[in-house]
Ligand binder design. Sequence first.
Ligand SMILES: [Zn+2]
Ligand SMILES: [Zn+2]
Ligand SMILES: [Zn+2]
Ligand SMILES: [Zn+2]
Ligand SMILES: [Zn+2]
Length: 603
Amino acid sequence: MKKTLKKLAGISLSLALAAGVFAPSVFAAEPDTAAQPGFDGKAVTKSYTKYDYEVTSPYADVDWDAYGQYKANMHAHSTASDGNATLAAMIEEYYKQGYDILGMADHGTRSNIWTTRPSNNGGLLDGLTSGKNTTVLTQARYDEIISGADRDGRGMTQVLNANEQNPASNHVLSYYSTLGTSATASNYTTIIQNIDNRGDGYTVIAHPGRETGGPLNPTNTSQYRTYIDLFTRFNSLLGYEISGKQDGETYNDRILWDYTLMEMAPKGRNIFGFANDDAHATNESGRNWMTFVMSENTADNVKTAMANGAFYSSSRYAKAENVDARQYTNVWDVPAPAITSISVEDNTITVSGDHYDTIEWIADGEIISTENSIDLVEHKDSVNSYIRFQLKGEGGISWSQPMLLTLTETEVEYLACIECGEALEFGHQDGDCYANGFDYYACECGYWFYVEIYETIGHDLVLVESRPATCEADGAEFYACAKEGCDHWEYGEIFPATGHSLELVYDADKDQWFNICVNDGCDYWEYAEFVSAAPAAVVTKLNGNKNDLTITIIEEYTGGTANIIEETFRIDNNAAGTYEVGDHLVYVDTKGNTQIRECYIVE
Ligand SMILES: [Zn+2]
Ligand SMILES: [Zn+2]
Ligand SMILES: [Zn+2]
Ligand SMILES: [Zn+2]
Ligand SMILES: [Zn+2]
């Protein structure tokens, strides 16, 4: 009747995998165990040069998705100098065309708030227009334009103290600084130096081609060394105008820009490119502009973006790049290319834009790629200390600011396969309850070897149940592995089945003997059949010749149970006789007082 043990619920006996080491499944070959621990000469050390460009981008802080793009012109003239429209008329023209930022840089005058005539600080005005008056904005109109009250709230930011300073024939644009043109300065070095010393503004070299003559190799001109000297000495000199008017004088100023960058960028000095109309009449507006990328169009943001180069420049004309918007269309307001994002990741710069059909990446004056993404390492033979790009389309051209580059070369050592020479890859295999963990090096050719083996620590056994034995079934302790993912379990101590504790019971109604198990919780019973009866007698001496005879009969039943019947009779010394004990007749012959000579059941 012994039962077999059942499995614990939820635990299966499935796992009996051979202990050992799992091979990484990608590698068919057997590991080179002789190689462990350590490399043991089974790999060779090789090295390669790793190239890393650090890109210093003027747009690094620009959030292209969240920021707005704001159209700017910072060089135009009015009747305050040699322009033929009043200051008010010029401002109105730019406002009408949707400009967001305007600097009115008349010759030799410093633009005040546009409700006030520009200040003539004693400049020479190029000998043209000294002393001219002009019409300014009324306070009411000024307020409207600044706030954009009649332009859906899109106001136009005034760049304060704009000034085209021209002490001689050299022109430099200055902004924010209240320094006036010095009547005695013979060239603009003094002006740039003074503003740099004051620290209250920025300068930009205006239409440099007028001075250099726009040669294909500007380094041949004496003026070039002057520019290099100025950029070397004065950080507040931000850059060149790289296009102006219809690109008549500025057509090779992008070449000058590149040459200057080739010399200055290795020193960590960036040179920004500005594009301005240099308009002297209202119909000379809208040809060149800059787009400032800012969180918000405020005077402070404009000043910061100007200094950081967080803007790009555009033109309808670019003779050197073979761009003339009019050659494509007579529709003036075809949009010019726009830059919509510049992202730098590792060694790759990726650009997106609108309204362009061609992108050209330029390093050291050469076009080196025409893809939207450029991997600098792939182009490292033609890239040095800066890179910039330009977008061309039907509406014109847009130039990014240069991004400065610093190349680091690192020798990287690696382990190579002794079989095929390729780089080995380090790997790690976790051990589990059954298998060792290990580190290894592997090659795609299939060769691999152990580096270190972490011996399995086996199961983490926890007693989950202790099931007691019953009358018929063994009990046992059950241990299961507590580690995640392991369903191993095993027996602990086995408790043997106790067997029934039978008690003989007579049922008078049925006239039947039963054996019943008295163990707790057990309802086992069986019929008990008589097997045999065995008598025994004992005499106890009383006073005189009287004695007590006690006869005991043990009736044995199947199942090992017994029924005991006991009767006591008063007898004399040396008595012999047959006595009725239960259902049985027992003959007992005694001798003397207490001896039993015979005792048996009479048939
Ligand atoms: Zn000028
Ligand atoms: Zn000008
Ligand atoms: Zn190999
Ligand atoms: Zn386990
Ligand atoms: Zn029992």
